[in-house]
Ligand binder design. Sequence first.
Ligand SMILES: *Cc1c(COP(=O)(O)O)cnc(C)c1O
Length: 386
Amino acid sequence: MKRVYLDNAATTKLIPEVLSEMMPYMTDIYGNPSSPHYFGQQAGMAVDKARLRVASAINAEPGEIIFTSGGSEADNTAIRGIAERYSKRGKHIITTAVEHHAVLHTCQLLEKQGYEVTYLPVDEYGMVTADQVREAMRSDTVLVTIMFANNEVGTIMPIAEIGKLCRERGVFFHTDAVQAVGHVAIDVKAMNIDMLSMSAHKFHGPKGVGALYVRKGIIVPALIVGGAQERNRRAGTENVPGIVGMGKAIELACEDLDEKGKKMAALRDKLIREIPRLIPEVKLNGHPTTRLPNNVNFSIKYIEGESILLMLDLNGIAASSGSACTSGSLDPSHVLLAMGLTHEVAHGSLRMTLSDETTEEDIDYVLEVLPKVAERLRKMSPLYHG
Ligand SMILES: *Cc1c(COP(=O)(O)O)cnc(C)c1O
């Protein structure tokens, strides 16, 4: 059966070139980077090289990169770290209603510990403005944490404007850029970003490894304490193969970033153009143009996202739904609700996220299968009356 993978926002395929660069660190070069002998030094040099590659990809310095176990740990480290270290500056945090749970749940945890959190509302496209951030700022605001690009609807936030504002006000600015790194150009200096989270498995690297960029001079205490790894900022023997893979993957992702982006955006736009032509009563979710080059999200009215996914899967198409969170609960997506969708419309959402390996044939196959699936499900839907 033809298989089309359109769930690249959940995770991506490991590139063979990345795997082959990782392999020696799982076999012959097994030293501990903290050991001063040959075996350890070889591993340590590989970690240094990866750190340089990760830093270069976002215009940071190698000393500003802390390797973590992934995006979630990077988010936790940044937000909890700033809250703990700089609580004397104030206990108010600004974020948005559409963040990933790694940020939202961390903020909720801090609320229980006496912090006040402003969850900025978004417009119909899932966007916040720098003006909203400005208006929410108080004398006790210590941190602004706003995602670079939304994982469900792909909307890209005005990060450079928010960064500029935060720098002027002397408020720390963290961005969860897990969906953006390797997909859109990022320059932490030009964008005035203080902290940035990323995750290797979202750009064709291995799972279980990520990084937090922390601008020089900012102190983020370790979330995981123990050994002195990562200059005392993250204890635990380094995931050497993972880190090596992340370095290679980020380098590859940032090569011809524009070209790959344009190719994906063309296929994305074909879906955005054709789906409403082939299926009546659908709604594009997310910003029509200021969105990730690989993200398509539609609500297909009168049917449930979960049933569309099942039917697509039976036809070899792997997509995702914003309608149910991974815990298996049937709560509609907090992102779509924050954008003003009704529960009913939010339940019918379908996310398709492309990679640079997605072909025109893949897209044409989706355009052949999806209208049939939608029609069949609507015929069974008590909500649909033709
Ligand atoms: C995937 C994702 C995360 C979590 O990253 P992990 O490496 O899986 O922990 C955090 N934020 C966003 C926006 C994501 O898409």
